[in-house]
Ligand binder design. Structure first.
Ligand code: FAD
Length: 386
């Protein structure tokens, strides 16, 4: 598997990671190993360390170098598939995490605007609304949600995990995971045995755990404009984040300096090849161009609007957009948390925590339709492994 170190190929998001990770040699064994230092992995690490376990976090690139540090920071409830049984409120859980760990990440929850493409718009939405794909964008609903700074959230979560006793090792990639008879890993810095393992490797989960079932990986582009002109129209009315509920999909959020972050589109591909994709070449460059064209078409006031950043990040999803949150089909000592699609800012930390609590025997994981086939029940899973 190629290293998930991403660097400049995917462009630079506007967020900054501000926590200095203490360096430490990689031990040969640990009570618990977490693979991936995104939102899910850092939350799992904090929970496991707070329970008194010696926790090692392996991060193949830099903390947040996957989706979490490249996200739009739009805080959404539930999952891309909608509300999921047994989950509770992801936004409330995030709020509590931020309060408990003293994380300053600019969380604001003014609500999120759902927009729909319509042939007609009424009143102010006709006079000052935005147009996309030849139609008006009009409000369809307002849902709970808001925005935060993902770099600041990651920094606070890494600090909280470290304070609880977890050790984060950047630039150490897990190349192989053996679940049975006892969890063991091969890494780029040597072998490691573990009492418990949480796999929170985002778009690269399938490469480590083929048993996780069908996972799709893609890169999705985003851009950041110059600060918007004085009358930018009604798009993110009231400074709220927004997304369309129909196609073509478009999401956006205001930034504190008055700029707009806008994103849409998926460039699919073999997860192992994603790190090699460049945002200035091929399908990806086309996706960014299309996004810029859509930005300029939203309102005549945006025709000359500058674009300050173009970047991309990996998304991972299962068919039906139901996240992956389960124990490994071969071992109750390995948990999987991932495939949050474009919905992980609030959901991934909660799922990481739930995965840790399940390994600690404190709770059962919710059943969202058996994402990991149980080998005893599923002959197809048995034969896939044979
Ligand atoms: C451009 C973009 C915008 C988005 N906007 C939003 C948004 O506004 N709101 C929202 O809710 N969601 C959004 N998302 C989705 C959200 O960012 C993700 O759902 C969430 O961050 C996933 O977190 P994670 O911890 O599961 O994965 P990741 O953050 O991808 O973390 C996985 C980590 O594992 C590491 N890793 C992988 N393989 C290995 C290995 N073998 N060994 C060691 N380390 C490994 C990776 O380097 C990575 O750091 C967006 C995503 C993108 C790409």
């Amino acid at each position: 598997m190629k290293s998930p170190v991403v660097g400049p190929r995917w462009g630079a998001p506007p967020w900054r990671f501000r926590f200095r990770i203490p360096s430490a040699p990689l031990p040969r064994s640990a009570d618990a190993v977490v693979i991936g230092a995104g939102f899910a992995g850092l939350a799992a690490a904090r929970s496991l360390a707070a329970a008194g376990l010696q926790v090692v976090v392996l991060e193949g690139g830099r903390v947040g170098g996957g989706a979490s540090g490249r996200s739009g920071g739009v805080v959404l409830e539930g999952a891309a598939a909608g509300e999921l049984p047994g989950l509770g409120s992801a936004i409330e859980a995030l709020r509590e995490r931020i309060r408990r760990d003293g994380i300053e990440c600019g969380l604001e929850l003014p609500g999120c605007l759902e927009l729909a493409h319509r042939e007609r718009a009424e009143g102010p939405w006709r006079e000052r609304g935005w147009r996309d794909a030849g139609r008006w964008l009009v409000p369809a609903a307002e849902v709970p949600g808001g925005t935060l700074d993902p770099g600041a959230l990651l920094s606070g979560m890494a600090a909280a995990a470290t304070r609880a006793g977890a050790r984060i090792h950047e630039g150490v990639r897990a190349s192989r995971l053996r679940a049975m008879p006892a969890p063991a890993l091969e890494t780029t810095a040597g072998g490691l045995s573990a009492g418990l393992v949480v796999v929170a490797a985002g778009a690269f989960t399938g490469g480590l755990v083929p048993e996780a079932g069908e996972l799709h990986a893609a890169l999705t582009p985003a851009l950041v404009t110059a600060p918007l002109p004085r009358d930018a129209g009604l798009g993110p009315a009231g400074g709220r984040p927004f997304y369309t509920v129909d196609l073509p999909y478009l999401w956006g959020r205001p930034l504190p300096d008055g700029a707009l972050m806008l994103g849409a589109g998926l460039v699919r591909g073999d997860p192992e090849q994603l790190p090699n994709r460049r945002i200035d070449r091929g399908a990806f460059a086309r996706a960014i161009r299309e996004l810029e064209d859509r930005l300029r078409g939203l309102t005549p006031r945006f025709r000359g609007l500058g674009v300050r950043r173009r970047f991309a990040g990996p998304v991972c999803f299962r068919t039906g957009a139901v996240p992956l949150l389960c124990l490994h089909p071969e071992s109750p000592r390995v948990a999987l948390a991932g495939a949050f699609a474009g919905h992980g800012v609030a959901l991934a930390p909660l799922a990481g925590e739930l995965a840790a609590e399940a390994l600690l025997g404190r709770r059962a994981l919710p059943d969202w339709g058996r994402p990991c086939p149980d080998p005893a029940q599923d002959p197809a899973a048995r034969s896939r492994r044979a």
